[in-house]
Ligand binder design. Structure first.
Ligand code: MG
Length: 370
């Protein structure tokens, strides 16, 4: 795959909010990656649910191992496309740092609570607040003082920012697309979670191999090739063989689709990528169809299955309950946290506190406040 001219050169970074001297052997995006890996919020991903609650099995993805898989896929694609691997890696490692406990049900419930006050909860905006202010590691400034491009990527990797949408975010170039390195993250995320959720749900016996073959046409082709090559191999091994090829199909499709879109758009530098009316990171048609089929399959067989629906309702109701307890009795929040948050509206203080929790910390706090 030929290198793209649309690579974001680290020398072109708009830099940090608080200027710092350069490092002798790490460039600015490498330093951002390291700051992210050493952040407390990053370590907390270890005890945040991806889809399946830990405890049922030691092999399910957590949000941390999911993040590592996204970083691996995104770096592979960035490298094949000749993009900036350091920027891509930093963005992949930070992409889920703003996730609250209990995966999507936690996110939805916090958003529902915030809407009561005419506000919203958005995990990307929360991630920005974490790296801008909640992480306290430096004497000279709050937050991690990340480069503009990493902060922009946190905000815009999964959706564009429209002009006038949020005036307080106007520094992040509303109306312009983020660089390709940031655009890649959303699709690397999709390739990672679709295949990982298929794997975890197969292990948890949500379906058998025949169902995957029946419902996902592209997977049926892959599986037929596996059967031909390894007739009589145990089902789990045949599934693993198929899964590897499925990841490969999606990642290759991402590289191919992006390369083609960039060529067709004639986007040979970052400015052209930014100005282009649509995102240029995309799956080639076959991979896009596979990804869509996987998503549908997982939705009906896993995400909206009775087993998970029950768990989701339970987590959401616990979050709603604790939210109200803290709102009614702010004295139950740690004193140091209340002092840090002085001047913020009470619902925001409560929301940020709950959003930062791991699943385990949430459960303990919930028990203690009964
Ligand atoms: Mg993710």
């Amino acid at each position: 795959m030929k290198a793209l001219g649309a690579r974001f050169p680290v020398e072109d970074s708009r830099g940090r909010r608080y200027p710092e001297p350069s490092h002798p052997y790490r460039n600015e995006f490498q330093r951002d990656r390291d700051r992210i890996v050493h952040a407390r919020a990053f370590r907390r991903l270890e005890d945040k649910t991806q889809v399946f609650t830990a405890g049922l099995s030691d092999h399910f993805r957590t949000r941390l191992t999911h993040t590592i898989e996204v970083a691996q896929i995104a770096r592979t694609a960035a490298c094949a496309l000749g993009l900036n691997e350091d920027l891509t890696e930093a963005l992949a490692l930070v992409h889920d740092i703003g996730h609250p406990p209990f995966a999507h049900s936690g996110e939805e419930e916090l958003d529902r609570q915030m809407r009561r006050f005419g506000d919203r909860f958005d995990h990307n905006l929360h991630a920005l607040r974490i790296v801008e202010s909640f992480e306290q590691r430096y004497a000279r400034f709050p937050g991690l003082n990340l480069t503009f491009e990493v902060r922009e990527g946190i905000l815009k990797h999964s959706r564009d920012l429209q002009p006038g949408e949020r005036p307080e975010l106007d520094e992040y170039l509303p109306g312009l697309r983020p660089p390709l390195e940031a655009q890649l993250i959303d699709l690397a995320d999709e390739a990672a979670y679709n295949t990982a959720d298929l794997d975890d749900a197969f292990s948890a016996r949500f379906f058998d191999l025949d169902a995957v073959v029946r419902d996902i046409p592209q997977y049926a082709e892959i599986q037929a090739a596996v059967e031909m090559q390894f007739p009589g191999a145990p089902e789990r091994i045949r599934f693993n063989e198929g899964l590897r090829r499925l990841i490969d199909l999606l990642v290759s499709g991402l590289i191919e689709g992006t390369c083609q879109a960039v060529e067709e758009a004639g986007a040979d530098d970052v400015a052209a990528v930014r100005r282009h009316p649509a995102r240029l990171a995309r799956f080639a048609p076959a991979a896009a169809a596979t990804s869509a089929a996987l998503k549908l399959f997982l939705r009906s067989r896993v995400y909206f299955s009775e087993t998970l629906a029950e768990e989701r309702l339970h987590s959401a109701s616990m979050i709603a309950e604790l939210f109200q307890i803290f709102l009614d009795q702010p004295g139950r929040l740690p004193e140091s946290y209340r002092e840090e948050q002085e001047g913020q509206p009470p619902h925001r203080v409560v929301c940020d506190y709950i959003a930062g929790m791991t699943d385990g910390f949430f459960r303990r706090t919930y028990e203690q406040n009964q």
